[in-house]
Every structure is written in C-alpha cells, then in structure tokens.
Design a protein around this ligand. Structure first.
Ligand SMILES: Nc1ncnc2c1ncn2[C@@H]1O[C@H](COP(=O)(O)OP(=O)(O)O)[C@@H](O)[C@H]1O
Ligand SMILES: [Mg+2]
Length: 195
C-alpha cells in the first residue's frame, strides 16, 4: 500500500473477480494496472480507426471490448444484473439505441456545441450503465471519440490533472455534476468539461 494510493492494496471480493482473466490478481492496485495497460492498447486501436461509425451499438460494445477485453471476459457485453446505478438490464439496448439516435439528431441539427453534446452523451451513457464495470472510463472515451471522429473537436480534459478514479476534489465535482445532470441541471457538468 502506498500513501498516494490508499486503496491500492484493498483485496477484491469474489463477485468483483467474476470474469477476471488473471486468476492471480488479488488487489485493486494490481487490477488497476492491468486495466490501464489494456486501455492504452484500446486507445491505440481507436486512434487507428479512420472513420468509425461511433454512434452505433456495435461500436459502443466493441470499444468496451478493446478497452477491457484482455482483463475481463464480459467486456463488450451488456450487463445482465441490476446495479445501484443504471437502468434495468431489459431496458439497456433500447435506451442505448435511443441515446445513439438522439446524438445523431443533435449532430445533424447542431443542437449543442460539440463539447456540450459530448458531455450530455457521456452523462446519459453512464446513467444507462451498460456494462458490469468500466462504465465511467468507457463513457468518457466514447464522448471523446464523438468529438474526435464526428465533430473534429478536441477531447475533454476529464481528469484536469487529477486521477479521476481516486477520491479527490476533481472526482467530487465530477460525481456531483453527474448527479445534478440526473436532475436535468447540466450547468455543473458544462463547467466541469470546460464548455
Ligand atoms: N454516485 C456515483 N458514484 C460513482 N460513480 C458514479 C455515480 N454516478 C455516476 N457515476 C458514474 O459511474 C462511473 C463508475 O462506474 P464503473 O462501471 O465502476 O466505471 P469505472 O470502472 O470506469 O470507474 C463513474 O466514473 C461515473 O461516470
Ligand atoms: Mg469501476
């Protein structure tokens, strides 16, 4: 356990290990490292995609698989059980379809600025919570992929110099901005993404 990573040594509980491709992993810190290495490869894959059809279910699932598939067997497949965040699993594909359709409509009609569109898309995607884990990281990269591949706009600086996965003021702002957006107030989220 290191001082700057207080939960790095935290053991994973059995249901957190479900589908893990590495049997020897026991702590959160080891898992973080493996996931991060996979994400780096996933981002390299994403960079090479010239004109991907980002706003499709196929791309949404494939990106998750590219980011987490070396670590988790269920990467790229919809969540099958209920969580405290997220829609009922039977609603997932329908709500995702609706979000992708909405986003296409927003682009076509220039409803929002690129960064506001990406922020609203991100919020709704984590609210749907399509996967057992990795939803935050995947939905941030999806938002950035829309900006890069569809809107020719720069990526959002989500972390702002912090580690968004750890407890710090930036994460607090992020979570509270998402909660306000749940109540249809996007002002905090727009400030957060620098809109
Ligand atoms: N109250 C909340 N607490 C934690 N995460 C939340 C909350 N509301 C929404 N979220 C979103 O869910 C994500 C965490 O879901 P998770 O599937 O564990 O993703 P990841 O493993 O990438 O962190 C956060 O990054 C955030 O986007
Ligand atoms: Mg997680």
């Amino acid at each position: 356990m290191t001082k700057d990573e207080p939960d790095g040594a935290m053991p994973l509980d059995p249901d957190e290990k479900e589908g893990l491709r590495f049997a020897h992993i026991t702590t959160r810190g080891e898992l973080d490292q493996l996931e991060q290495a996979n994400i780096v490869e996933g981002l390299q894959w994403l960079k090479k995609q010239k004109k991907p059809d980002v706003l499709t279910e196929g791309f949404t699932l494939e990106l998750h698989k590219r980011l987490f598939g070396q670590v988790w067997k269920w990467a790229g497949s919809f969540r099958k059980t209920e969580k405290n965040i997220g829609v009922d699993p039977i609603q997932m594909a329908i709500q995702l379809r609706q979000l992708l359709d909405n986003a296409r409509h927003w682009i076509e009609h220039e409803t929002y600025s690129p960064v506001e569109l990406a922020a609203r898309f991100h919020h709704k995607l984590v609210l749907i919570h399509p996967f057992p884990n990795g939803n935050g990281r995947h939905a941030r990269i999806m938002a950035d992929a829309i900006l890069a591949k569809r809107l020719d706009a720069p990526a959002i600086d989500w972390a702002g110099g912090y580690k968004l996965e750890s407890m710090n003021e930036r994460r607090d702002q992020y979570i509270s901005a998402l909660r306000a957006a749940d109540k249809h107030d996007f002002s905090k989220l727009l400030i957060f993404v620098g809109a």
